[in-house]
Every structure is written in C-alpha cells, then in structure tokens.
Design a protein around this ligand. Structure first.
Ligand code: GYE
Length: 327
C-alpha cells in the first residue's frame, strides 16, 4: 500500500517557511532519537463512525507500535468538544507530538495556539482545518477530497450521456467536516458539464450506515423519481441500499449508487452489483504519520501538505481487487 502513497511537497517556499517556524519539541522534552525515551504521541481520533475510521485507527495503532512510538489514543465520538478536551489533556501531559483528525473544519485556533505555546508540534491527519495561521500545525497528511468528489461526478457525467433527465440525491458526510464540504463541491463542479444531471435533494447522514439508511428512506418517500445516490462514504451508501431494497427497488439498477472510500464492505457491494462506482480514499495513513512525527519531533522540516494517492473502482475492477483488499 505504501507504494501508492507519495509525499508531495507544495513548494520550496513552503518548505523554507516551515523550517523557519519548525523547531519541534525535541529540545524541550528530550524525546526521540538521542533523547530520554520513545516519542509519545497523543492522537485525538474523530470516532468510530465508519469502516474507514476503524481501518484508520487500526493503521495508526499498528504503525505506532512498529515505529516504537508510544501512542495515547482517544475517541471523540464525532464531537469537537471531546477532541478539544483530548488535545488539552495531551498538552498537560507534555506529549512530544499531537496528531488529530479534526471532526469539523472550524473552531480550532484557540487550542492549536495552546499547543504551539507549549512547544508541542501538531500534525493534522486525514481532515483539514480552516485556520488562516498555518504555523498552528506542522503539516497536513490526507486525501484531496475535492478531487474525490470530481471523480465521482465525472463518472456520472459519462454514465448520463444520451439521457434526458438524471435525478441525484446526495448523502452528505458530517456537517462542517472537510470531506463533506469538499466532496460536495468537487461533485457539483464536475456535473455542471451535464445539465440533465440534477441534485434534487442533499442532506447529511453523518457518515454512518444508520444515518444513510434513515435519510434515504425519507428521500424515497418524498421523491418519486430518484435515478442516482451519491453518498460521501461507503457506509452511507450501504445504508441507502437497505432503504432502497426495503422500498422494493433494486440498488445498482433501478437506482445507481456512487460512493467514496472503497472499504471492504463497499467493494463487496460494488462487486455484487449493488453499488456502481467507488472513488477510493485510503485510511492507511499510519506509516506516513509516524514518519512525519519522528521528523517534526527531531525539529526537521516537513512538507506542509502530504497528499495520499488514490484510485477508483468499477464493478469489474472491484471483483478483481476484492481478494487483495486490506481493509
Ligand atoms: O471518508 C468517512 C469517514 O475523513 C476521509 O471519514 C474521512 C472520512 C471517510 O467517516 O468514511
């Protein structure tokens, strides 16, 4: 999997700027190479809302172990206030580095400033924050969610050729989360190329299977003609399948489904013909995260953005890929 993930430096200017504000906590704590003991990382996870998240947590835990990094792990149950509490407690415990996947984009400046003042470097993993002050964190490791949304939309534009009307319902991720905002935006931009595609309803299912099912049930009741579901993750798409089947329709045929993630259950449903297309989003960020952590703790400069490389799957490709899927 690692060979699919390439670090991308944003540019020389960004690198210079970063090294200027670098200076990890190595000197302050004596941790890391040549220091007193293993690096201690505080990791504030979003929750356990999806198959993607479960695989991401496992990847972080396994990679920390393999890298000899002591991991303090917390699960925020999709609540920003819990994540802020966890970060404050990591600051109090004087960990060497804090990594977190921000549940929503906004509202992080205060706690990030507290970490900066305590001289504890922060790494954003998976999701971004909208802070204007880029010195509040060292780097952001994760996917390009706008690109993912575009890939989903581009597939639908091709699939809609020659059709006069294509009604889409959208199952959004957690309100205010970077992947929900960006996947919506990328998709909307791509489908502009085909005016017959109309997003007739769009609502959050909070990235969960039960959320996707409930919202889809409501969509089916209030919209007589739905041609396509665009779900911001596999789990909501899998929930939608249940709702569609309960309504006596055939997912993948009567109503086409496009999702993002490509976790095992999603790829299985794609191979079974119930989903039509999946845009991959890799949760296997652990090894890269630990490498970045070692660097920032040692005071080395790191690229300000590290983008994960990802692919897409059709039903045929899903059948071929299924035996090798790691999550
Ligand atoms: O797509 C979804 C999860 O932030 C990329 O969060 C992640 C998203 C992922 O709940 O399944």
């Amino acid at each position: 999997m690692l060979n699919k993930i390439l670090p991308v430096a944003v540019g020389a200017v960004a690198l210079v700027a970063l090294s200027a504000c670098g200076g990890g906590s190595n000197a302050a704590t004596g941790a890391g190479a040549g220091g007193k003991g293993p690096i201690v990382m505080g990791f504030a996870q979003v929750g356990a809302e999806s198959g993607w998240r479960t695989a991401n947590t496992k990847s972080v835990q396994e990679s920390a172990k393999a890298a000899g990094i002591t991991l303090k792990f917390s699960d925020a149950q999709q609540k920003q206030e819990n994540q802020i509490k966890a970060i404050r407690s990591y600051i109090q415990q004087k960990v060497d580095v804090i990594a977190f996947s921000p549940v929503v984009e906004t509202g992080w400046d205060t706690v990030l400033l507290e970490a900066k003042r305590a001289n504890i470097p922060v790494i954003l993993t998976d999701r971004a924050v909208d802070s204007e002050d880029k010195t509040l964190y060292k780097t952001f490791l994760g996917s390009d969610f706008v690109a993912e949304g575009k890939k989903a939309g581009e597939w639908l534009v091709k699939d809609s050729q020659g059709k006069s009307e294509v009604n889409v319902v959208e199952l959004q991720g957690t309100t205010g989360a970077a992947p929900a905002i960006d996947r919506k935006e990328g998709f909307a931009e791509a489908v502009k190329a085909a005016p017959q595609i109309k997003v007739i309803a769009s609502q959050t299912g909070d990235f969960t299977r039960s959320g996707g099912k409930q919202v889809m049930e409501a969509f089916l009741k209030s919209n007589p003609k739905i041609d396509v579901v665009y779900a911001h993750n596999d789990d909501m798409g899998l929930g939608a399948i249940e709702a569609i089947e309960a309504a006596g329709k055939v997912p993948g045929k009567d109503i086409k489904i496009i999702t993002v993630d490509a976790v095992h259950d999603g790829v299985q449903a794609l191979a079974d013909g119930k989903i039509n297309y999946i845009v991959e989003c890799s949760p296997l960020l652990g090894d890269q995260l630990m490498d970045l952590a070692k660097k920032v703790v040692a005071g080395q400069s790191v690229p300000e953005r590290v983008v994960t490389q990802e692919t897409t799957f059709t039903q045929e490709q899903a059948k071929a890929a299924l035996p090798q899927r790691k999550y």
